[in-house]
Structures are given as C-alpha cells and as structure tokens.
Design a protein around this ligand. Structure first.
Ligand SMILES: Cc1cc2nc3c(=O)[nH]c(=O)nc-3n(C[C@H](O)[C@H](O)[C@H](O)COP(=O)(O)O)c2cc1C
Length: 142
C-alpha cells in the first residue's frame, strides 16, 4: 500500500505531525501543499492534515479537497487536524470536512496544536494517543 500525507501549516504543527506519521507508516510520502500540489492518483491511501485558525482549515487544503473531491471519494482517506481547542473539535470537523468524505474516512483525529503565543521547542503538545490511533487505523484498514 502506498500512502500520501498532504498537509498545510502556518505555525509548523501539521508539518511535525505529518513527519511523525510518515516515520510510523510504511511506504509513506509527504507533500506540503504550499510547495507542491500532488497528483493523488497513484496512492492507495491519502491522509489529509491541516492546522485550524478561527475555526477553519487553511485555504490551500480547502481548495485541494474541493478540486480532488471525486478522486478522494474513491480512495481510502484519513484526516488529522492540528487545533488547540478540544471543545470546538466536533464543530470544526463538521464545518471543514465535507460530509461525504467524513462519512467515508477511515479516521479523523485531533493531533493537538501549538498553543497561542507560544513556540514550544519540543513536541509535548502532540496528542500521541491520537497519533497512534491514526497510525493503527491506516495500517489495519489500508
Ligand atoms: C490566530 C490563531 C487562531 C487560532 N484559531 C483556532 C481555532 O479556531 N480553533 C482551534 O482549535 N485552534 C485554533 N488555533 C490554534 C491552532 O490550531 C494551533 O496553533 C495549531 O498548531 C495550528 O496548526 P499549524 O501549526 O499546523 O498551523 C489558533 C491559533 C492562532 C495563532
């Protein structure tokens, strides 16, 4: 199985998570949407990850999902969001991930976020339990 992680980030959390996930998943490639828009055709599994600001995922990810909707609907997909407010998680998912995709996704996980006005030097904001859950779901169902 060939997996692609596509992500968008502003403060780096989604990149850290994408790299951590890729280190735990076999045959896994990473694409930063701000540098390259990938052709997902040759991948079996696509993991989409984005930071959240003001309740929204970032524009390049929103556009990528819209532009690739038909292909994504026939792929295996998983999502992660880097967000700092757990209370608004459910609403954020509903607002940002189209229902057709969220219904079909293997999993949608909150992986933690860099708290506002901080720049942590380590990854202690990462929700390891959710990282493990995503890796397990992708590995089992991929
Ligand atoms: C201006 C700003 C707005 C934010 N808005 C939200 C929000 O609406 N919901 C949330 O859960 N986290 C929010 N956060 C926290 C971010 O989700 C967190 O910093 C995360 O690490 C962003 O992902 P990124 O580092 O990949 O860009 C906000 C952070 C900033 C700086």
């Amino acid at each position: 199985m060939k997996t692609l992680i596509v992500y968008t980030t502003k403060s780096g959390a989604s990149r850290d998570c994408a790299e951590l996930l890729a280190s735990k998943i076999n045959n896994c490639f990473i694409c930063d949407l701000s540098k390259q828009v990938p052709d997902i055709g040759s991948f079996d599994m696509v993991i989409l990850g984005s930071g959240v600001r003001m309740g929204k995922i970032y524009k390049p990810m929103k556009n990528f999902i819209e532009n690739n909707m038909q292909v994504l609907l026939v792929k295996k997909t998983a999502f992660f969001l880097c967000n700092a407010y757990p209370d608004t998680w459910k609403k954020t998912v509903e607002k940002n991930i189209p229902k057709d995709l969220s219904d079909r996704a293997i999993c949608i996980e909150p992986l933690g976020g860099i708290p506002l006005f901080t720049s942590p030097k380590n990854g202690n904001w990462i929700l390891s339990e959710h990282v493990d859950r995503l890796v397990q779901a992708v590995t089992l169902k991929g």
